[in-house]
Design a protein around this ligand. Structure first.
Ligand SMILES: C=C(O[C@H]1C=CC=C(C(=O)O)[C@@H]1O)C(=O)O
Ligand SMILES: [Mg+2]
Length: 468
């Protein structure tokens, strides 16, 4: 890693080009500059045309850190089963030959990959998800990082041995200036088109819930999460930035994410963290077991208490806590888990919530923890392999990236992945929505169906749908 001080992008690229030629390799060049306060959604929306199909968005639930990526300086994709290790190896390899300026900088700035992973690489891919590889992470050309009042722009390039650093620098400067002067101060969402929703055979889904609950009572496995889908047919184009804007306003305690590939954008507001790494500290949160929100504070409180003491939901939750605790113990020391869950209240739904923390053992990386954890029994089931096989067999659809890990990892190895639920795959005037429910022995098909209906509400309402 080269240490360079106060150089501009031209000089950095010139250095990178020399090194690329000398060592006959690709060299990552990355520069972070502080910029005036910018609205990350305005930045994302501005990129709709110049960076069509190459946009990423991420916000954590506290909005402590918001990332918006435009363009592609480098893409890491993998289809195989060792996709987590594969992405990690290629990322490390690229970082080994890098020139960064400044050398140390704030978390969430500098070179980082944004993207995610499909739920199950062994499920045959349907056409709908063809633009989403089983692992697909991008080093954005331009990354806007917003942390409170502070804003930075990271410019990334990967220079190849034969590449001319002068014309690359000219292009990057031009694009950078265009972003800095062109992105409006705030983003105003477009009016939503009207739409119809089409449900795919609800009775068949309920039958598979009943059948699965019976198999669980017979001891075939402990828990399986079964998902169903809803198709949205709109009267006009669905605009990802406008949907994100409404999610940002309406789903205040959730992660926000968007991953655009080609003509599709996969986005959502997920309450569920898979894992976060900050230095040596790892955090995961178990979120499973659900009940609706009340229409008055009293009713809401009563429903919350009902959820906390409900046997079926406690089983659903405990299976997740057990698995995440064990996964943590294989990669971390000082694993801590509270004895009892608490309530997590999102806009339309409340869940049982238990945080799990640990300290990394040497060699435990963020992506190695993603691999250990995915899918947790909040999305897959327990035991893990058996339940994923059941999902493959019983769900008559391809989940694609629904319920997969989405997030980011930076050059230090820090980062965060959420589980891509409460999400939709948006394609022009169509969208595909997914919602799943943790099935245990006591599950009742009608109540699970109702629970999934509530889980569709945030994303439907952000699309401008009537409150269902
Ligand atoms: C699988 C989903 O939710 C999971 C997360 C929280 C609660 C869940 C439940 O109570 O069933 C699910 O396990 C989804 O929203 O699609
Ligand atoms: Mg449930």
């Amino acid at each position: 890693m080269s240490m360079v001080k106060q150089l501009d992008i031209r000089e950095l690229l010139a250095q990178g080009a020399v090194r690329a030629r000398e060592e006959d390799c690709e060299v990552l060049v990355s520069q972070v500059i502080p910029v005036k306060p910018m609205d990350p959604l305005a930045f994302f929306a501005y990129g709709a045309e110049p960076y069509a199909g190459e946009r990423s968005f991420w916000a954590d639930p506290n909005r402590d850190r918001i990332l918006a990526g435009l363009g592609t300086a480098y893409r890491v994709e993998a289809e195989a089963e060792d996709r987590f290790a594969g992405v990690e190896a290629r990322w490390r390899d690229l970082l080994r030959k890098s020139i960064r300026e400044p050398h140390t900088h704030r978390n969430g700035t500098g070179p980082l990959l944004m993207g995610g992973f499909s739920f199950d690489p062994l499920k045959p891919k349907s056409g709908r998800w063809e633009e989403y590889a089983d692992a697909s992470m991008v080093l954005p050309r331009f990354l806007l990082t917003v942390a409170g009042e502070d804003c930075w722009l990271t410019v990334n390039a990967v220079i190849r041995p034969a590449e001319d650093p002068v014309s690359l620098a000219d292009r990057l400067e031009r694009e950078k200036q265009d972003l800095l002067s062109g992105v409006p101060a705030t983003f105003t969402p477009m009016e939503s088109p009207s739409f119809e929703t089409v449900e795919v055979d609800p009775e068949a889904w309920k039958r598979s819930v009943a059948e699965t609950a019976r198999e669980i009572r017979e001891g075939v496995m402990e828990k399986v999460v079964l998902a169903r889908q809803l198709r949205v047919e709109a009267s006009g184009r669905l605009a990802p930035a406008s949907i994100l804007k409404r999610l940002q306003e309406q789903q205040t305690d959730c992660f926000l994410f968007a991953v655009e590939r080609g003509a599709s954008c996969f986005l959502g507001a997920s309450p569920e963290r898979l894992v976060r790494r900050n230095g040596k500290r790892f955090l995961s949160t178990c979120l499973a077991g659900s009940i609706r929100r009340g229409s008055s504070p009293e009713e809401d409180e009563r429903l919350g208490q009902e959820l906390l003491s409900d046997g079926k939901n406690r089983v659903e939750h405990e299976v997740v806590v057990h698995m995440i605790r064990e996964a943590f113990r294989t990669g971390c020391d000082a694993v801590e888990v509270p004895e009892e869950p608490v309530l997590y209240k999102a806009g339309y739904i409340q869940h049982l919530y238990t945080p799990v923390t640990g300290r990394a053992r040497p060699g435990t990386t963020l992506l190695s923890m993603v691999k250990r954890l995915h899918p947790t029994p909040a999305l897959g089931g327990y035991p893990q392999e058996k339940s994923v096989e059941k999902i493959r067999e019983k769900e008559r659809m391809d989940r694609g990236w629904y319920a997969g890990p989405v997030g980011w990892v930076d050059w230090r190895g820090d980062g965060e992945f959420a589980v891509a639920i409460r999400s939709a795959l948006v394609k022009g005037d169509q969208a595909f929505l997914f919602a799943g429910c943790g099935i245990v022995g006591d599950s009742d098909p009608d109540s699970e169906y109702e629970e999934a209906r509530i889980k569709f509400r945030p994303i439907l309402s952000a699309m401008g749908g009537r409150d269902r």
